[in-house]
Design a protein around this ligand. Sequence first.
Ligand SMILES: Cc1cc2nc3c(=O)[nH]c(=O)nc-3n(C[C@H](O)[C@H](O)[C@H](O)COP(=O)(O)OP(=O)(O)OC[C@H]3O[C@@H](n4cnc5c(N)ncnc54)[C@H](O)[C@@H]3O)c2cc1C
Length: 298
Amino acid sequence: MTVAGGAASRMFRPRGVGEAVEMLAVARESGDVVALLSGGTDLVPALRSGERVADAVVALRRVLELRVRGAGADSLTIGAGVTYTDLVGWSLAPGLARAARVVGSAQIRNTGTVGGALGSARPAGDLLTYLTAADAEVLTASPRGLRRRPLERFLADPLAADSLITAVRLARPGGPQVYVKIGGRQAAYPAIVSCALVVDRVRHRVACAIGGVGHLPARMGGAESYAVGEVDWTTGTIPAPAVRRFGDLVVEAVAGIGPALPVRPGESADYRWHAAGVLAGRALARCLHPRTDRDGAS
Ligand SMILES: Cc1cc2nc3c(=O)[nH]c(=O)nc-3n(C[C@H](O)[C@H](O)[C@H](O)COP(=O)(O)OP(=O)(O)OC[C@H]3O[C@@H](n4cnc5c(N)ncnc54)[C@H](O)[C@@H]3O)c2cc1C
């Protein structure tokens, strides 16, 4: 294949994960720079512009086993080839469905995949922010076998050139979860700041991830612990002042990360931090009904 811009000269089209791993190994042995292609929404523009260069492309579209999603007793497994559109109506994972629904345009949702979202690891990637809050694990395949790692460890270690992502796994939701974002233009653009909030009413946990304030979405550990202590787990409610305090703690935490990302003209790091606090408070209030003193007395 020759992508405009002259990037890749060889195209492999495996039909299974094993075959894809073999093709990666063969291409690697011959010294080729290989790129994995899923939906191509990020990779194709990068090859065209010359930002990425590849001698060979391994296209994963025909690998049907990557396009499966499933539910076990305790976990959900989502194949790397599952598209945003496949996730939009998935009632088993409402936060994930919501994150998928607000991605780009219909074309991007029809084409972009879970594996591509992890491969690109955008700072405010909608799926990445949600998966960070959901404590997801990433499953990979290579000539050395299958591997399963927490998302954080996966992101810290670049994927080996002979490996591919096969799926992500997360716990079945144990309570309400929401995903909210602020984008440059509503819907059709990646987020400037995003927030995923996942509540587990069984294990009494609150998880909050903020995208767009550092090079990767970040967990808000201090704010999470504070919220856990304030929730009335019997009723699933939280005092209204605690929601405001939660937002303030998120602002403090993201300001501590520092303005690592370039801000666009007319925007400031302060704006992002403020937006993160507003989104986090809004997300918490949607998951856990805010209680005023009057509610408590009645
Ligand atoms: C106009 C536009 C709007 C967008 N809007 C949004 C938005 O609102 N929210 C958002 O989050 N993103 C958005 N995106 C980004 C993009 O759609 C996502 O990052 C998408 O999930 C990428 O998936 P893909 O299947 O197209 O990946 P590809 O482009 O095929 O690949 C992306 C990267 O991942 C690697 N890769 C692909 N599959 C695998 C695999 N199985 N294992 C290992 N590596 C792999 C590739 O080599 C490449 O480096 C937008 C993009 C565009 C062009």
